[in-house]
Design a protein around this ligand. Structure first.
Ligand code: KG4
Ligand code: ZN
Length: 336
């Protein structure tokens, strides 16, 4: 079964053709990141306009590169939530028009579920149930994936997402948007113990995260030193901050796994490309004899191959949209 996946929830317009949820026949991504860099973050109005320009050529290219025509496509999976509403509407309306004119079923697909599904592409043997740490620019969740379309939130951030915290810290140090990637690289040359940063915990919610205080702590450290004319070692600041974020993420994730008795762990989302997060979990899972699955780095960020993968399982479970499908800026991963 061939699924055409379409993604436009943030600043990447993407389309892909995926066979049986696992085999990527094509994957095309048109990134707007260079334009948003000028403003230090994604400008929603600009994002919507660029999606409108890019969506037709990106879908055409994805079909061409898969050597497929629309008559070969069994379902159109589109990201309908969560994300920037104007950006999502471009993909949703395009997919609705395409579905209406061809009669191909339309499958509404949740962005975070798709991030999780990137793992089915990178790890062909992976099957639920498993516990997944979903860490992106907008979300930080620990999710029990009972089945491909049945999920339960075990923990979540009560303020900033991990990616957001990485981006803000990087921006304060003058790194271009999205700073998480740059900060990760610079941190490789620094000492993670150089600066003592807090590990905030959420009272009565052992699996929840809070990154806002940690973000403020590193921003204050940078600003206070600048005011006093003290030059900080940037690599040390990056390494200490990265260590603190990864420490919070892995501590809660491993505690949830232990408490729930789950031995198969998975990570997903843009921040799952973080080198220290990957390395720490590899070491900790090995110690505990847990299985660990990660998406290959090229599939960690936003793409449509993951939408085609999750869309396949959503379609099999009977999730097909009516012609009144809408986009939603927020939507629980449990509702899908
Ligand atoms: O999943 P994603 O591509 O988009 C959203 O759905 O939000 O995640 C983007 C986020 C950004 O905050 C970016 O800085 C972060 O993922 N990110 C990283 C790394 N690569 C991307 N954060 C830390 N280390 C990385 N290597
Ligand atoms: Zn994403």
């Amino acid at each position: 079964m061939k699924i055409l996946g379409i993604e436009s929830s943030c600043d990447e317009t993407a389309a892909a053709v995926v066979e049986d949820g696992r085999k990527v026949l094509s994957s095309v991504i048109a990134s707007q990141v260079e334009e948003h860099k000028l403003y230090g973050g994604v400008v929603p109005e600009i994002a919507s306009r660029r999606h409108a320009e890019a969506i037709v050529p990106v879908v055409r290219r994805a079909l061409n590169e898969a050597n497929a025509s629309l008559s070969d496509i069994d379902a159109i999976a589109v990201t309908y939530a969560p994300g920037l509403i104007g950006a999502l509407l471009v993909g949703v309306n395009f997919a609705k028009g395409l579905s209406l004119s061809t009669g191909i079923p339309l499958v509404p697909t949740h962005h975070l579920r798709s991030h999780i599904a990137s793992n089915y592409i990178s790890n062909p043997d992976l099957k639920p149930p498993f516990l997944c740490l979903v860490v992106s620019g907008g979300h930080s969740h620990i999710v029990m994936v009972e089945d491909y379309t049945n999920m339960k939130i075990i923990g979540k951030t009560c303020d900033d997402a991990a990616g957001e915290a990485f981006d803000k810290a990087a921006r304060t140090m003058g790194m271009p948007y999205p700073g998480g990637i740059a900060l990760d690289k610079v941190a490789e040359d620094g000492n993670p113990l150089a600066f003592k940063l807090p590990r905030p915990v959420v009272h009565d919610a052992p699996y929840d995260f809070s990154f806002s205080g940690l973000k403020t702590a590193v921003i204050n450290l940078i600003h206070n030193s600048a005011q006093k004319g003290i030059e900080l070692n940037k690599a040390d600041v990056c390494a200490s901050f990265r260590y603190a974020v990864v420490d919070c993420l892995t501590t809660n994730f491993l505690k949830a796994a232990e408490d729930l008795g789950v031995k198969r762990l998975v990570i997903a989302g843009g921040v799952s490309a973080n080198s220290l997060l990957r390395k720490t979990l590899e070491q900790e899972c090995k110690k505990r004899s847990y299985e660990l699955f990660m998406p290959e780095k090229t599939l960690c960020g936003d793409n449509a191959a993951m939408v085609g993968a999750q869309g396949y399982y959503e379609f099999l479970s009977g999730n097909v949209a009516d012609s009144d499908l809408n986009a939603f800026a927020t939507m629980s991963i449990e509702k899908g």
